[in-house]
Design a protein around this ligand. Structure first.
Ligand code: ZN
Length: 468
């Protein structure tokens, strides 16, 4: 067999997913993600390892920026092939890329102004990595494929998308390559979701493949139980409601916001919380929720049952979608206790900052964290118990209650990754462990070897292997 596989991103680090398959005179890229870890961000500016015009196709696993966020740059620099993905991924990726481009433009303008003022130069050019126009130019290249429908990518190369259960539209992609009588298959896990999560189906499993490229974000950890998310949420809401304060929830717009709505709807149906007003104050989360509504065929059985009973979590009494800035500002004068869900998820920007200003010094309000808060973010400072934080340039004393709910993760943990790989009834020829910090990937490698005896590697950046 003459197949080469190269690891051009998310290799011994988490973000920047990008793998290149060279076979049958075709160059196929799986994912084209943005590097988000500060120490690797400079790679976003590097030239692509294969000239974009020499690439034949991109297969996109899902709409998270660390998997799709460099597509506009690829297109700007000459890529003219198709971007294959599921219809839901295409719809969400468009929202995500346009938003990312807008942020890139704003960031570059801000940096330029600051550097002129300070008379210095930053480490990166003061131009956006790509513009809104670049993002728009990449949209016509999307070519959608449903789950479980094999599609011919090139001569003797076929790809099938399978539900990954990670976010709406997310996929694991199985690539089959034929050369004469010989055939090989490679599964790219994308991000592996979890079993028994709300809204989405469970991750697809496979019985046979020659090679696996598997993520390992939580390869060295086990998630805390998620069964009590509803209990924790009810407790926080009831306590805050009785105190007469607001519950302010910083949330990611994609998947997390929709899951919170799911739990709220359930608690309301079960009469476990009062009929409080819920405001989804994030234009991006509202747009993504609209996509969810269009793809009800992708939901799990429990969610489909809810829709049949007209109990949609995206449309319950008391839920208001806050579109405009004026409507958002009007939330400052609420007189009844309410829940406000807004972005960004780590409080680094967006409307959440206004709601924090308005609530963080009120002892009867609660700031409720439902997601990971990276080192150095405003969210992390608040979560770590800072007595005072700076928001919009002003010090604010933290007097609100600070709460956190674990268990919302959309990534399989160590045991769930093992469960997914253990469904293979024949040992694969090799497993490549990617998309994890070095420690997580290596620990998962050890764990997997011990449990399954699979042959494994944790490939480094730009490693190129020939698949036998
Ligand atoms: Zn993801």
């Amino acid at each position: 067999m003459d197949i080469n596989l190269s690891f051009l991103g998310a290799a011994r680090n988490v973000t920047g997913s990008r793998y290149l398959v060279e076979a049958n005179n075709a160059n196929i890229l799986i994912d084209c993600g943005l590097y988000q870890e500060r120490e690797f961000q400079h790679r976003n500016w590097d030239p692509f390892q294969v000239p974009p015009q020499e690439l034949d196709a991109v297969l996109l696993t899902h709409a998270h920026l660390d998997h799709c966020g460099l597509l506009p740059k690829l297109v700007k620099e000459g890529f003219k092939g198709r971007v294959y993905c599921t219809p839901a991924t295409a719809d969400i990726t468009k929202i995500i890329l346009l938003d990312a481009a807008k942020l890139q433009e704003e960031d570059a303008a801000y940096k330029k102004k600051r550097h002129i003022r300070e008379g210095r130069k930053g480490p990166y050019p003061e131009i956006p990595l790509y513009t809104i126009a670049d993002a728009e130019a990449s949209l016509p290249l999307f070519y959608t494929v449903g789950y479980e429908e094999p599609v011919l990518i090139g001569k003797g190369i076929e790809a099938t998308f399978h539900d990954a259960g990670h976010i709406l539209g997310s996929s694991m992609i199985k690539v089959r390559i034929s050369q004469g009588e010989e055939k090989r298959s490679i599964i790219f896990s994308g991000d592996v979701g979890r079993w028994d999560r709300p809204i989405l189906e469970d991750p697809s499993v496979f019985r046979k493949t020659d090679y696996v490229v598997v993520e390992s974000t939580y390869g060295d950890r086990q998630h805390e139980g998620s069964k009590d998310i509803g209990d924790s949420l009810a407790e926080t809401i009831n306590t805050t409601y009785e105190a007469g304060g607001n519950i302010v929830v910083p949330s990611f717009a994609l998947q997390r916001a929709q899951e919170i709505l799911y739990y709220l709807n359930k608690l309301l149906m079960e009469d476990r919380i009062p009929d409080l007003k819920v405001y989804l104050d994030s234009p991006m989360a509202i747009k993504v929720t609209e996509v969810f509504k269009r793809y009800d065929e992708l939901f799990d059985r429990d969610m489909k049952d809810l829709l049949r009973q007209h109990q949609s979590p995206f449309d319950f009494p008391g839920l208001t979608m806050v579109e405009t800035v004026e409507e958002s500002k009007a939330l400052n004068t609420l007189t009844e206790p309410a829940m406000i869900i807004a972005g960004s998820g780590m409080c680094t920007g967006g409307r959440i900052k206004h709601h924090l200003v308005n609530n963080i010094s009120r002892p009867n309000s609660t700031i409720l964290f439902v997601g990971y808060q990276a080192e150095g973010t405003l969210g992390r400072y608040i979560l770590n118990g800072a007595k005072s934080v700076r928001i919009h340039g002003q010090p604010r004393s933290v007097q609100a209650r600070v709460a956190q709910i674990h268990g919302f993760s959309a990534h399989a943990d160590r045991d769930e990754l093992l469960k997914w790989l253990s469904k293979l009834s024949v040992n694969p020829r090799h497993v490549f462990i990617t998309h994890g910090e070095v420690k997580a990937a290596e620990r998962f490698q050890e764990f997997l070897r011990e449990k399954t005896g699979f042959e494994t590697t944790v490939p480094g950046y730009k490693t190129r292997v020939r698949l036998e």
